[in-house]
Design a binder for this molecule. Structure first.
Ligand code: HEM
Length: 485
């Protein structure tokens, strides 16, 4: 009897100290090569968690099970103080999280520009070595200049405004004929058709369905572990990438061989030249078109799902939006589409779009990787090869910057200019999202046409939310959708 009490006590002591011991081992393992001096820069506060998995369980606990993603940062603030910077170990890497406007701005701005940090995700194996999203330095500048020229050209803007509206209208008609839809699925298909038409003039339903399925495969691999073994999501994604680049390359070559000119983004991109008169190579054009479709497809569709969701829940906002819509329509004849000037002249709709993009937090984090030795910020050391996660979501839902932050309130944007670093939905600095206007204008056109002729009602208004891999209503925003008559 005495023996068993003794054994139980030993086991209790062992299991209560085991987590501490394991955490201590992980810290020793990763910090053994990081030199710090007593009066020099320090490693940020926090824990590297357990061996191999780090703090992934806590992350999943907050995001998947509690469905309260903001608890992850709140816990660290409570435990280690409101430093806005913490060490952790997530997604297989020792990592530094930053979550203050000033630190986020410095990471995305000067530190990225000075080449201390490189992109941390996704992998270049999946996007290609000349994709704007993975390259650095001069090559990044060069490719970006081509992209920005195409995005900002009056020809590009005109093409995109005239492409998007018929696609949205025909999607709405299709939804109304179905009567009951899952908005998350439908907005993805509509956005995919839109982005493919606008970038490469692809219109065939069969081709779009095939490509969308390849993109899903690519996206799944981007979110998975980089293990290239048959059967893994990463392996499948590599195959999808190969097929997608093949499709775009065939299109470029066909245009060149037959002298075909089309009114789309790819045409503008192929014709654009940098300050030395150099054009993009075929590989650069292909890999960047694939990356643009990837960057612009699910992100914008997510915001549109949230648009239908929030407008169904906030009828007063919907009414105000309809007022503006009707006013604009009165100035136009019949079913005439919006022009870029109409969109730029809107007053309330952009506030709704900005509020939707803030609240939907489709890119909750931005990833970087430390690529230089002795990187120091605010007295904290950033060890080489560690990842950095700029936790932009934390700022967008912080009551210190947004009153009643989880309420959908487009009026908060009236005469309000966010302080630096507090509205970084599209990032900041040299990697600022090149598709930001494209995304905002798309959302505004979507809102205009949805409000003009349709009505919708959530089937499960209290369905809750999912935060993994992106925030979305748990039922995908299932709704009744019909013509307003
Ligand atoms: C609401 C929709 C969107 C959101 C919230 C969003 C968000 C972001 C963010 C936060 C970044 C910065 C990443 C970083 O600093 O590493 C980014 C970069 C990027 N986005 Fe977007 N984006 C959206 C729509 C689009 C669209 C429509 C396109 C293309 C048509 C696009 C293409 C890209 C590309 C290519 C990059 C990489 C830029 C670079 O590394 O230089 N995005 N986006």
């Amino acid at each position: 009897m005495e023996m068993s009490v003794f054994s139980v006590s030993i086991a209790l002591v062992f299991f209560s100290f085991l987590p501490l011991f394991l955490r201590w081992i992980t810290d020793r393992w990763y910090l053994r090569r990081v030199k710090t001096e007593s009066d020099g820069p320090k490693i940020p506060p926090g824990s590297l968690g357990f061996p191999i998995i780090g703090e992934l369980l806590d992350f999943l606990w907050c995001f998947k099970f509690l469905k309260s993603p903001d608890d992850f940062i709140a816990k660290r603030k409570a435990r280690y103080g409101d430093t806005g910077i913490y060490k952790t170990h997530l997604f297989g890497c020792p990592t530094i999280i930053t979550c203050s406007p000033q630190l986020n701005k410095q990471i995305l701005g000067s530190m990225t520009e000075e080449g201390c940090l490189s992109t941390g995700w996704p992998s270049n194996q999946l996007l290609g070595n000349s994709s704007v999203a993975v390259i650095d330095g001069l090559s990044h500048k060069k490719v970006r200049r081509h992209l920005m020229e195409a995005f900002n050209s009056p020809r590009g803007l005109k093409a995109f405004v005239s492409t998007a509206q018929p696609i949205f209208n025909s999607a709405f008609e299709d939804w109304a004929s179905k009567g009951r839809i899952v908005a998350y699925d439908e907005t993805k298909t509509a956005t995919f058709s839109n982005i493919c038409d606008m970038l490469v003039s692809f219109k065939s339903k069969t081709q779009l369905e095939r490509m969308e399925s390849l993109y899903r495969g690519l996206m799944a691999g981007i979110r998975a572990m980089t293990i290239n073994v048959p059967g893994t999501a990463f392996h499948h994604a590599l195959k999808c990438r190969k097929k997608l680049t093949g499709i775009i390359l065939d299109e470029i070559r066909e245009r060149k061989a037959k002298g075909i000119q089309k009114q789309d983004f790819m045409q503008i991109l192929l014709e654009s030249s940098d300050e030395n008169g150099e054009k993009m190579t075929e590989t650069e054009a292909v890999e960047n078109i694939v990356s643009l479709i990837l960057g612009g497809y699910e992100s914008t569709a997510n915001v549109m799902t949230w648009a239908l969701y929030y407008l169904a829940k906030y009828p007063a906002v919907l009414e105000k939006l309809k007022d503006e819509t009707r006013l604009i329509q009165k100035r136009k004849s019949g079913d005439e589409y919006l022009t870029i000037e109409d969109i730029k002249a809107m007053e309330y709709t952009p506030k709704v779009a900005d509020e939707l993009i803030r609240l939907s937090n489709v890119s909750p984090f931005i990833f970087r990787r430390v690529v230089k030795d002795d990187v120091v910020l605010n007295g904290y050391k950033f060890p080489k090869d560690w990842k950095v996660i700029v936790w932009i979501r934390a700022i967008h839902v912080d009551s210190a910057y947004y009153e009643d932050p989880l309420t959908f309130n487009p009026d908060r944007w009236s005469d309000y200019k966010p302080k630096v670093g507090t509205y970084t939905v599209f990032g900041h600095g040299m990697r600022y999202c090149p598709g930001n206007n494209f995304a905002r204008f798309q959302v505004m056109m979507f809102l205009y046409h949805a409000c003009l002729k349709y009505r919708w009602e959530l089937i499960n208004p209290d369905a809750g939310m999912k935060f993994q891999p992106h925030p979305k209503p748990a039922d995908g925003a299932e709704m009744y959708f019909s013509r307003a008559t």
